[in-house]
Design a protein. Structure first.
Length: 109
Protein backbone atom coordinates (compact mmCIF):
# COMPACT_ATOMS: atom_id res chain seq x y z
CA UNK A 1 0.00 0.00 0.00
CA UNK A 2 1.34 3.44 -0.90
CA UNK A 3 1.09 6.50 1.30
CA UNK A 4 -1.56 9.01 0.32
CA UNK A 5 -0.40 12.41 -0.82
CA UNK A 6 -2.51 15.23 0.61
CA UNK A 7 -2.67 18.48 -1.31
CA UNK A 8 -4.33 21.52 0.22
CA UNK A 9 -4.26 25.25 -0.33
CA UNK A 10 -2.86 27.45 2.38
CA UNK A 11 -4.20 30.99 2.22
CA UNK A 12 -2.05 33.68 3.82
CA UNK A 13 -4.20 34.96 6.63
CA UNK A 14 -1.58 36.30 9.00
CA UNK A 15 0.45 39.50 8.89
CA UNK A 16 3.52 37.24 8.62
CA UNK A 17 2.83 36.90 4.89
CA UNK A 18 4.59 39.94 3.56
CA UNK A 19 4.89 39.13 -0.14
CA UNK A 20 3.41 40.81 -3.13
CA UNK A 21 1.49 38.92 -5.78
CA UNK A 22 4.70 38.57 -7.81
CA UNK A 23 7.13 37.80 -5.02
CA UNK A 24 6.94 34.12 -4.08
CA UNK A 25 10.27 34.26 -2.28
CA UNK A 26 8.97 36.53 0.47
CA UNK A 27 6.85 33.79 2.03
CA UNK A 28 7.73 33.33 5.67
CA UNK A 29 10.17 30.47 6.20
CA UNK A 30 9.06 27.79 8.63
CA UNK A 31 11.10 27.68 11.81
CA UNK A 32 13.18 24.67 12.78
CA UNK A 33 10.49 23.33 15.14
CA UNK A 34 7.80 23.45 12.43
CA UNK A 35 6.80 20.22 10.67
CA UNK A 36 6.74 22.22 7.42
CA UNK A 37 9.45 22.91 4.86
CA UNK A 38 9.03 25.86 2.48
CA UNK A 39 9.95 25.47 -1.19
CA UNK A 40 9.84 28.63 -3.27
CA UNK A 41 10.24 29.14 -7.01
CA UNK A 42 11.20 32.70 -7.92
CA UNK A 43 10.39 34.56 -11.14
CA UNK A 44 13.87 33.73 -12.49
CA UNK A 45 13.27 30.00 -11.87
CA UNK A 46 15.62 29.73 -8.92
CA UNK A 47 14.45 27.35 -6.20
CA UNK A 48 14.96 27.66 -2.46
CA UNK A 49 14.25 25.06 0.18
CA UNK A 50 13.82 26.73 3.57
CA UNK A 51 15.57 29.82 2.15
CA UNK A 52 18.61 27.85 0.92
CA UNK A 53 19.24 28.16 -2.82
CA UNK A 54 19.36 24.73 -4.47
CA UNK A 55 20.17 23.92 -8.09
CA UNK A 56 19.16 20.78 -9.94
CA UNK A 57 16.81 17.94 -9.11
CA UNK A 58 19.40 15.98 -7.10
CA UNK A 59 20.08 18.96 -4.83
CA UNK A 60 16.38 19.74 -4.41
CA UNK A 61 15.58 16.12 -3.61
CA UNK A 62 18.53 15.96 -1.21
CA UNK A 63 17.37 19.08 0.64
CA UNK A 64 13.81 17.74 0.87
CA UNK A 65 15.01 14.33 2.11
CA UNK A 66 17.15 16.07 4.73
CA UNK A 67 14.05 17.95 5.91
CA UNK A 68 12.13 14.66 6.14
CA UNK A 69 15.01 13.14 8.13
CA UNK A 70 14.58 16.06 10.57
CA UNK A 71 10.93 15.11 11.07
CA UNK A 72 9.27 17.45 8.60
CA UNK A 73 6.19 15.98 6.93
CA UNK A 74 4.65 18.98 5.18
CA UNK A 75 5.77 21.32 2.43
CA UNK A 76 4.45 24.71 1.40
CA UNK A 77 5.16 25.55 -2.23
CA UNK A 78 5.29 29.22 -3.18
CA UNK A 79 5.74 29.90 -6.87
CA UNK A 80 5.92 33.13 -8.80
CA UNK A 81 2.89 33.34 -11.07
CA UNK A 82 5.08 33.81 -14.15
CA UNK A 83 6.54 30.29 -13.87
CA UNK A 84 5.02 27.46 -15.94
CA UNK A 85 2.57 25.13 -14.18
CA UNK A 86 4.74 22.16 -15.16
CA UNK A 87 7.49 23.38 -12.82
CA UNK A 88 5.10 23.24 -9.88
CA UNK A 89 4.02 19.72 -10.83
CA UNK A 90 7.67 18.70 -11.11
CA UNK A 91 8.61 19.96 -7.62
CA UNK A 92 5.44 18.34 -6.24
CA UNK A 93 6.75 15.04 -7.61
CA UNK A 94 10.13 15.65 -5.96
CA UNK A 95 8.34 16.36 -2.67
CA UNK A 96 6.47 13.09 -2.94
CA UNK A 97 9.70 11.20 -3.75
CA UNK A 98 11.31 12.74 -0.65
CA UNK A 99 8.50 11.42 1.56
CA UNK A 100 6.62 14.63 2.28
CA UNK A 101 2.99 13.64 2.81
CA UNK A 102 1.20 17.02 2.83
CA UNK A 103 1.59 19.74 0.22
CA UNK A 104 0.21 23.25 0.59
CA UNK A 105 0.39 26.20 -1.75
CA UNK A 106 1.09 29.75 -0.63
CA UNK A 107 -1.29 32.03 -2.46
CA UNK A 108 -0.49 35.73 -2.73
CA UNK A 109 -3.50 38.01 -2.21
Amino acid sequence: MTAALMVFVSLPCSPAFAGSANDATSVVVADAASPRVVLSIAADGSIRVDSVLVRGDAAILGALKAAVAQGKTEVTIACDKSRPYGEVVHVMDLCKQAGLTKIAFAIAP
